[in-house]
Design a protein around this ligand. Structure first.
Ligand SMILES: *Cc1c(COP(=O)(O)O)cnc(C)c1O
Length: 400
């Protein structure tokens, strides 16, 4: 028997073949090493570039008050929590942050997770399992799709942004729980999910709605409460609200907010909550400061929305077609992965860092430049980006 099996090739040569194939397809991923950072200005390979691809939408990640809060937190609590929340890692700093997040969002409770990825994996699996159904927008973030697939519930993807498709699916009655899951703002497209219609569909069929507001929190809604607030929905309509702290809040980590029973259920059952070290208390202190700044950042949000309008108007006048989005995520769809890579390289020669997003992060033929704006950008940065985009479009026209 064993004689007929091919002898396994050595690991490096086996993997090299697969890596080479990936590179040939234009799908090889490379990290860029940043040597210095000052807001959206980054130094890479000895060159100063303006980044238009981070999720630091309010420019808080380097804010001196956050740095100071983190430093004070480290002096008070040390740098590591030392254990999971359920062991000895849950400090008064974590507790205060949870209470402040819940208060800000007008929800009974919030529960911190180490990352958004873990919040999604743990929450979906704690809420649904074998015999249940989970319905997800096709373009949901990878962590939500992984969460749905891994939950053991029947996993269904509905058409992007299509509440009627959700409705049709929910009409096919079934026993068990039904969880409808959507990004609030789609991470690669920047468009908003039709949350009122999704909430109505879920309510009409006794299903629960979970919203991942990684890109709405801090940016949309009154004082940055996010897309659920933007649409005027409450905790009954969106019982499970998840958001991250590593984007507009400028720090790291994530949380789920909702009813006391939801939070208690996650504490009992979310494996990515239970079996992991609590985030550093110092980080929680920095996030508390971030939450204070974020609530008071109406001016930064107004500037950000002015930059979005400036980019869109300018692009329209110059014949550059951006995807239809009113958020800081302003994708330029290019289709082919190799083309997206060429555009990214050409923009870098002009002094801009905008990474090409390729499959499988986006659908096949959906390669794009995911341009993102931050309140830390100046109007002049946007104008220069527009000039660079026009220059690259010209070069490309010759290439095509
Ligand atoms: C970034 C992101 C996450 C993951 O959050 P992390 O804290 O970075 O792990 C989850 N969902 C969406 C929509 C995101 O954009």
């Amino acid at each position: 028997m064993s004689a007929s099996l091919p002898s396994p090739r050595a690991l490096p040569s086996e993997l090299r073949t697969a890596l080479d194939e990936r590179a040939t397809a234009g799908l090889y991923r490379r990290r860029r090493m940043v040597d210095a950072v000052d807001g959206p200005r980054v130094r890479i390979g000895g060159r100063d570039l303006i980044a238009f691809c981070s999720n630091d939408y309010l420019g808080l990640a380097g804010h001196p008050r956050l740095v100071a809060a983190w430093q004070r937190g480290a002096e008070r609590w040390g740098v590591g929590a030392g254990a999971a929340h359920l062991v000895s890692g849950h400090t008064a700093a974590h507790q205060a942050l949870e209470e402040e997040l819940a208060g800000f969002l007008g929800r009974p409770r919030a529960l911190l997770f180490s990352t958004g990825y873990m919040a999604n994996l743990g929450s979906v699996a704690a809420l649904v399992g074998t015999g249940d159904r989970v319905l997800e927008d096709r373009l949901n973030h990878a962590s939500l799709l992984d969460a749905g697939i891994g939950s053991g519930a029947r996993f269904e993807r509905y058409r992007h942004g299509d509440a009627s498709d959700v409705e049709r699916r929910l009409e096919q009655g079934s026993d068990g729980r039904r969880l409808v899951v959507s990004d609030g703002v789609f991470s690669m497209d920047g468009d908003l999910a039709p949350l009122p219609r999704l909430a109505a569909a879920a309510a009409a069929h006794g299903a629960w709605l979970m919203v991942d507001d990684a890109h709405g929190f801090g940016v949309l809604g009154a004082q940055g409460r996010g897309s659920v607030s933007h649409w005027g929905l409450d905790t009954d309509e969106v019982p499970v609200l998840m958001a991250t702290l590593g984007k507009a809040a400028g720090t790291f980590g994530a949380f789920v907010a909702g009813a006391d029973e939801l939070v208690e259920t996650l504490i009992q059952g979310a494996r990515t909550y239970i079996y992991t070290t609590a985030p550093p208390a110092a980080q929680a202190e920095a996030s508390r400061e971030a939450l204070r700044l974020l609530q008071a950042a109406d001016e930064a949000r107004a500037h950000l929305h002015a930059l979005i309008a400036r980019l869109r108007t300018g692009a329209g006048q110059l014949g550059i077609q951006l995807a239809n989005s009113e958020t800081p995520i302003q994708p330029l769809l290019l289709g082919d992965a190799a083309r997206a890579l060429r555009w990214a390289a050409a923009l870098e020669r002009q002094g801009f860092l905008i990474t090409a997003i390729r499959p499988p992060t986006v659908p096949r033929d959906g390669a794009r430049l995911r341009i993102t704006l931050s309140a830390a950008h100046r109007a002049d940065d946007v104008d220069r980006l527009l000039e660079a985009l026009v220059a690259v479009a010209r070069e490309e026209a010759q290439h095509d």
